[in-house]
Design a protein around this ligand. Structure first.
Ligand code: GDP
Ligand code: IMO
Ligand code: MG
Length: 427
C-alpha cells in the first residue's frame, strides 16, 4: 500500500466498497470519507454480523484506527448520532477514534424537505435518496451553508440559520405551497446534537497533514461511484459531489502529490439505483434473477437496484478519469449460474462506434451496446480462496475484463465475508 491510497467506486455505486475498505484498513492508520453524506450505504459483513455504514468510514470496525469525516462530506447530525449509537450498541466504541471536520457542511431539515419536494416535481425526478444531499451542496456552493465549526459560536450559527430559514420559508410557501420551518426549533434541536458531537469536531486537514508527516498511512474512502460524479457522471442523474479520485484532494485536504495510489472497486456486472441512462440494463427475466442472487437492494433506501451486463466502456473511462492503478472485482460469484455472459465493448450511436461517453443529450439513452459473448463457468465459486482454483472460463472472463479496461486486477471477491477474497496476480 502507498502512504496515501484513494479507493473509488468505478461504476454507479454499490460496487462493494465497504467490504474492500474493511479489508484494506488492516494496513493503514487513517480512513477518511471525502464526499457525499448519508446517501451512502457501505456494507461490511464480519462472520454473522452485518454493518451498514452511511457516514462513518467503514474502517471503524477495526479497533484503534482513526476514522475521519472530511471537509467535503455533508453531515446530517441526527444520522451521525444514530450511527454512533448503533456502533456503540454493537460494542464498537468510536470515542477518540472518530474525527469530524469543522469545515464539513451540515444537512438541515429544510434541505431534506427541499430534496423530497424537488423529487415530486414533474420531469425533475432524479431518484435521489431524499437525504438532503443536493440542497446542502447547493447552499455550500452559494456560500450560505452552515458548517460543523459554526456551532462553536451559537450567535453566529443563529444569525445564518435565521437568514436561511427566511429565504427557504418563502420558497416553501410561495413556490411549493408548503409550510416552512421555525428557526427557534431548528436552533434548539441542532444545539442539542452539537452537545453530543462537539467532542469529535476538529481541524481534520491539520490532523491528516501531521499524520502524513509522521509517515502514517491514509486510505480515502470514496462514496457513490464515478458515474454519479457531478462533473463526470450521467448528468443530471448524478449526486452533487465528486466521488472521483480528484475529489479526495479537495474533500480531505490532501494535495495531489501526496496521493500514491488509486484503487477502483468494480462489480463483475453493473447496477444502478435511481433514474438515469443504463445502456446494458437487463430487459429479460435475468433482471430479477441477478437482483435476487446478488441481493441487489439499496443499503440506504432498500430500493431494488437495476441490474445489467458488465460495461467495459464505462469502466475503461472510469480507469482513465480516476487514474486507477488497479481494481478489485467484486461479486464474481453472482454470475456462477450464467451459461452465457455478455460484456459491452463499445457503443453504437447513429451508425458510429464509440469507446467514450460524449456529453450529448440522449447519447446513453439511445446508443446500442455492442456485446461480446463469453461462456459461463457454471460452478460455485463462493468457496474459492485462490486465483488458480477458479474455473478456466472464470479466469478468461477476468483476463478479458483486464484487457478491456486497461488496469491490473488486485483482488477478486466471491462473497460478502472478509475471507471470500483472493489476490489476482495472474489474470
Ligand atoms: P458499497 O456501497 O460499494 O459499499 O456497496 P453496498 O454495501 O451498497 O453493496 C454491496 C453488497 O454486495 C453488500 O450487500 C455486500 O455485502 C455484498 N457483497 C460485497 N462483495 C460481494 C461479493 O463478492 N459477492 C457477493 N455475493 N456479495 C458481495
Ligand atoms: P454508495 O456509497 C448508489 C444515487 C441515488 C440517485 C443519485 C442522486 O453506497 O455506493 P442523492 O441522494 O445523492 O442526491 O441521489 O445518486 N446514489 C447512490 N446510488 N450508491 C450510492 O452510494 C448512492 N448515493 C446516491 O440513487 O440516483
Ligand atoms: Mg452502497
Amino acid at each position: 500500500m502507498s502512504q496515501v491510497t484513494v479507493l473509488v467506486g468505478a461504476q454507479w455505486g454499490d460496487e462493494g466498497k465497504g467490504k474492500v475498505i474493511d479489508i484494506l484498513t488492516e494496513n493503514v492508520q487513517y480512513v477518511v470519507r471525502y464526499q457525499g453524506g448519508n446517501n451512502a450505504g457501505h456494507t461490511v459483513v464480519i462472520d454473522d454480523n452485518k454493518y451498514i455504514l452511511h457516514l462513518i468510514p467503514s474502517g471503524i470496525l477495526h479497533a484503534k484506527k482513526i476514522c475521519v469525516i472530511g471537509n467535503g462530506v455533508v453531515v446530517d447530525p441526527k444520522a451521525l448520532i444514530e450511527e454512533i449509537d448503533f456502533l456503540k450498541e454493537k460494542g464498537i466504541d468510536v470515542d477518540g477514534r472518530l474525527k469530524v471536520s469543522d469545515k464539513a457542511h451540515v444537512i438541515m431539515p429544510y434541505h431534506r424537505k427541499l430534496d423530497a419536494l424537488r423529487e415530486l416535481k414533474k420531469n425533475g425526478r432524479i431518484g435521489t435518496t431524499k437525504r438532503g444531499i443536493g440542497p446542502c451542496y447547493s447552499d455550500k456552493a452559494s456560500r450560505s451553508g452552515i458548517r460543523m465549526g459554526d456551532f462553536f459560536d451559537a450567535g453566529y450559527f443563529r444569525s445564518i440559520l435565521e437568514e436561511n430559514v427566511e429565504e427557504k420559508n418563502a420558497l416553501f410557501k410561495d413556490f411549493y405551497g408548503e409550510t416552512g420551518f421555525s428557526a427557534d426549533d431548528i436552533f434548539n434541536e441542532y444545539m442539542k446534537y452539537f452537545e453530543r458531537l462537539k467532542q469529535y469536531v476538529c481541524d481534520t486537514v491539520s490532523l491528516l497533514d501531521k499524520a502524513y508527516r509522521r509517515g502514517e498511512s491514509i486510505l480515502c474512502e470514496g462514496a457513490q461511484g464515478t458515474f454519479l460524479d457531478v462533473d463526470h457522471g450521467t448528468y443530471p442523474y448524478v449526486t452533487s459531489s465528486n466521488p472521483t479520485a480528484g475529489g479526495a484532494c479537495i474533500g480531505a485536504g490532501i494535495g495531489p502529490s501526496r496521493i500514491g495510489r488509486v484503487l477502483g472497486v468494480v462489480k463483475a456486472y453493473t447496477t444502478r439505483v435511481g433514474e438515469g441512462p443504463f445502456p446494458t440494463e437487463f430487459r429479460s427475466e435475468l433482471k430479477d434473477k441477478i437482483r435476487e442472487k446478488g441481493g441487489e437492494f439499496g443499503a440506504t433506501t432498500g430500493r431494488p437496484r437495476r441490474c445489467g451486463w458488465f460495461d467495459a466502456v464505462l469502466v475503461k473511462n472510469s480507469v482513465d478519469i480516476n487514474g486507477i492503478d488497479s481494481v478489485v472485482i467484486t461479486k464474481l460469484d453472482v454470475l456462477d449460474e450464467q451459461d452465457v455472459i455478455k460484456i459491452c465493448v463499445a457503443y453504437k450511436y447513429k451508425g458510429d462506434l464509440y469507446d467514450c461517453i460524449p456529453g450529448l443529450p440522449g447519447f446513453l439513452d439511445n446508443c446500442e451496446p455492442v456485446y461480446e459473448d463469453h461462456p459461463g463457468w457454471l460452478k460455485d465459486t463462493s468457496a474459492i480462496t485462490s486465483y488458480s482454483d477458479l474455473p478456466p472460463n472464470g479466469k478468461k472472463y477476468l483476463t478479458r475484463i483486464k484487457e478491456l479496461i486497461g488496469s491490473d486486477i488486485m483482488l477478486v471477491s466471491v462473497g460478502k465475508n472478509r475471507k471470500q477474497t483472493f489476490a489476482c496476480k495472474n489474470a
